[in-house]
Design a protein around this ligand. Structure first.
Ligand SMILES: CC(C)(COP(=O)(O)OP(=O)(O)OC[C@H]1O[C@@H](n2cnc3c(N)ncnc32)[C@H](O)[C@@H]1OP(=O)(O)O)[C@@H](O)C(=O)NCCC(=O)NCCS
Length: 221
């Protein structure tokens, strides 16, 4: 079994206080993801030992209904976690565990992956155990993730795809200020059926402008 590598950068803390605009953050996230702290959630690097709680959190019918099928065993999640760490070290993606502030148990994921050389355009995705839906943890974790993508990685356009039938996934994106740009016709194969997906985007300049108006912790509708 692979062990979590020693990562000197992994102890850095990034809070919801915004980084200075346009100034690249001095965090080398490829050597280890920083811990992002909010009032409801902590986002941190995935650990090998998160496999069992992720299996319990992310394999229920409610969570997987509109997602690509996740691993079905603890070992499968362990392999996934090891893969996310290799992807991070290669500068290809960042995958955070969602951890409620009062615990150390991973109950979900935020993933950001590069769609082009240099990570200017990226795609993100997220999933969380159903018992935490509607608690505000998503919005706070999403804000931390988008801040990280823009301020630390340097993403200028962040895309998300959600099956049109996924009312909650689309509602979640809308409420944090993502803009629906269009519909990707028959773009997602799920259970033998091609589904339509909405394409949602957040642009760096819109995000900074919204935060300048509403403040660092305000979610823009
Ligand atoms: C996506 C996910 C992380 C969002 O977390 P969440 O806690 O459910 O999100 P929130 O409750 O903060 O926001 C969802 C919003 O959608 C709204 N909503 C719920 N059902 C809806 C529907 N059928 N149509 C439109 N909006 C809907 C909710 O009212 C809420 O908005 P509000 O807070 O303004 O009332 C979570 O639902 C999840 O893990 N889903 C399964 C995985 C998934 O679908 N991932 C997204 C792939 S793009």
């Amino acid at each position: 079994m692979e062990k979590m590598p020693f990562t000197p950068g992994a102890d850095a803390i990034v809070s919801t206080v915004p980084l200075p605009a346009q100034e690249p953050a001095a965090i080398d996230w490829r050597t280890g993801l920083p811990t992002l702290t909010g009032s409801l959630v902590t986002l941190r690097e995935l650990r090998h030992t998160d496999a069992a709680s992720l299996l319990a959190s992310l394999t229920t019918e409610e969570v997987t209904r509109f997602l690509s099928p996740p691993p079905t065993t603890v070992e499968g999640f362990e392999r996934f976690i090891a893969w996310t760490q290799r992807q991070r070290a290669a500068g290809q993606s960042a995958c955070f565990a969602i951890v409620p502030r009062d615990s150390d148990v991973a109950v979900g994921l935020f993933q950001v992956r590069s769609l082009e050389a240099g990570f200017g355009t990226a795609e993100w995705g997220f999933a969380m155990a159903v018992e935490y839906w509607g608690t505000g943890m998503f919005a706070e974790g999403a804000t931390l993730t988008v801040d990280f993508a823009i301020d630390v990685i340097g993403v200028h356009r962040l895309e998300a795809r959600a099956a049109l039938r996924n009312g909650r996934g689309n509602g979640a994106l809308r409420k944090i200020g993502a803009v629906q740009e269009g519909v990707l016709r028959r773009s997602f194969l799920r259970n033998g059926e091609y589904l339509e997906q909405a394409l949602w985007t957040i642009l760096e300049e819109d995000w900074r402008e919204a935060k300048a108006v509403w403040g660092p912790n305000i979610i823009v509708h």
